[in-house]
Design a protein around this ligand. Structure first.
Ligand SMILES: Cc1cc2nc3c(=O)[nH]c(=O)nc-3n(C[C@H](O)[C@H](O)[C@H](O)COP(=O)(O)O)c2cc1C
Length: 373
């Protein structure tokens, strides 16, 4: 039997090394594995299960109601016996400031974000010893984020779930690793030990995964929706659309996306206004705050106004799938790896399986005789 055909080892069978990298010291976790923030999915339970398994989890702060954030933070602390974890936020969310104050108050280990906060805010977080670890999809965004103060960078290749760029992980990762001098974490398309080992070989200090953690028994995603993820076997069916909120977003094609693609521009405006109204009432956003965001978009870039109006679409349509259990009526954000995952496991099984498989692959490669990793 060739090495490539050797069956995957049983969990724990070849688990010799924890694959410790400097990232583990920076984040305070056992393994160089990160669970990314996912709206409505990465709540206290998933984050705690991730951290208890030895990886590092991010709470999806942007979809947690303002009055529940503090309770979620305390719940993670309680469920993990105070293990380090992180929070994700978006500057445009109405409770961004409150979330940042809580991050400082509770000394969370790290924050992740996309379009970032200003230098002053990042400096405040860094002073509180919080790792600032944005996710980027292009080299220039990585460089800009570091100039603003970030001290670790997650790159997300185009195969990743949710909002994503067009450059694949295998191109973006070496490009960023070669250009920056902060730890780089690889995201987009990871789900197993081979991927972790490959990412380390590329020069990353760890991997970050969304879809793999969504597809666990700890994610709390309704069974109906999880079954739709398990059913996808063709990575081509997990595709990018700009129609949800004007930005490229990878998701599992479904009835809703089909209908959206067939609907008129006027109908899409109607959907956006409905979502914005719902988002405004769920988050307690005042009309004044909504107008302020619109004015800012207008000042920064007039062409982004339509995008700003549609910004509420993604969280509202994701909620249908991830909370209401009605995947046919909403968006199923997903990385292409969903097509390769055929069973739900616990976070513990996922993390231990990845580490065991990475060790096993390393042993196989070392067995070639001439290569030692
Ligand atoms: C259901 C879902 C929701 C997501 N929500 C967010 C979010 O709220 N904030 C964010 O920064 N990224 C979000 N993402 C992107 C992930 O954090 C992560 O970067 C991506 O899933 C990595 O690619 P992978 O799915 O191939 O592992 C989401 C992804 C998925 C699948």
């Amino acid at each position: 039997m060739s090495a490539a055909m050797t069956p995957a080892p049983a969990v724990g069978a070849t688990q010799k090394s924890t694959l410790h990298t400097p990232l583990c010291d920076l984040l305070g976790c056992r393994y160089p594995i990160v669970q990314t923030a996912m709206g409505w999915v990465a709540g206290a339970e998933l984050v705690a299960a991730t951290c208890n398994a030895g990886a590092f989890g991010f709470l999806a702060g942007a979809t947690i109601a303002a009055d529940k954030i503090e309770a979620e933070i305390l719940r993670v602390k309680q469920l993990t016996g105070d293990k380090p974890f992180g929070i994700n936020f978006h500057m445009f969310q109405p409770n961004a400031q409150q979330l940042l104050d809580l991050a400082v108050k509770y000394r969370v280990r790290a924050v992740s974000y996309g379009r970032g906060p200003d230098k002053k805010t990042i400096a405040r977080l860094r002073q509180a010893d919080i790792v600032c670890m944005p996710t980027v999809g292009a080299l220039k965004h990585a460089q800009k984020a570091i100039e603003m103060g970030a001290n670790a960078i997650t790159i997300q290749g185009g195969e990743g779930g949710g909002h994503t760029g067009s450059v694949p992980t295998t191109v973006l990762l070496p490009q960023v690793v070669d250009a920056v001098d902060v730890p780089v974490i690889a995201a987009g398309g990871f789900y197993d030990g081979r991927g972790l080992l490959a990412a380390l070989a590329f020069g990353a200090q760890g991997v970050a995964m969304g879809t793999r953690f969504l597809m666990t028994t700890d994610s709390g995603v309704p069974e109906n929706t999880l079954q739709r993820y398990l059913k996808v076997k063709d990575a081509d069916k997990i595709r990018i659309s700009h129609l949800v909120d004007g930005m490229p977003q990878r998701m599992i094609a479904n009835e809703y996306l089909d209908a959206l693609e067939k609907s008129s521009p006027l109908r899409r405006v109607w959907i956006a206004l409905q979502c914005a109204r719902q988002w405004k009432s769920q988050t307690g956003m005042t009309t004044g705050h909504a107008l302020k965001i619109l004015m800012q978009a207008l000042r920064e870039d007039a062409s982004s106004v339509a995008q700003t109006v549609m910004a509420a679409n993604a969280p509202m349509l994701l909620q249908k799938s991830m909370v209401d259990g009605k995947p046919e009526q909403g968006v199923m954000s997903s990385g292409q790896v969903a097509a390769l995952i055929d069973q739900l496991q616990s976070c513990q099984q996922v993390v231990e399986g990845i580490v065991a498989e990475a060790n096993y692959r390393r042993a196989v490669i070392n067995g070639y005789g001439d290569i030692h990793i």
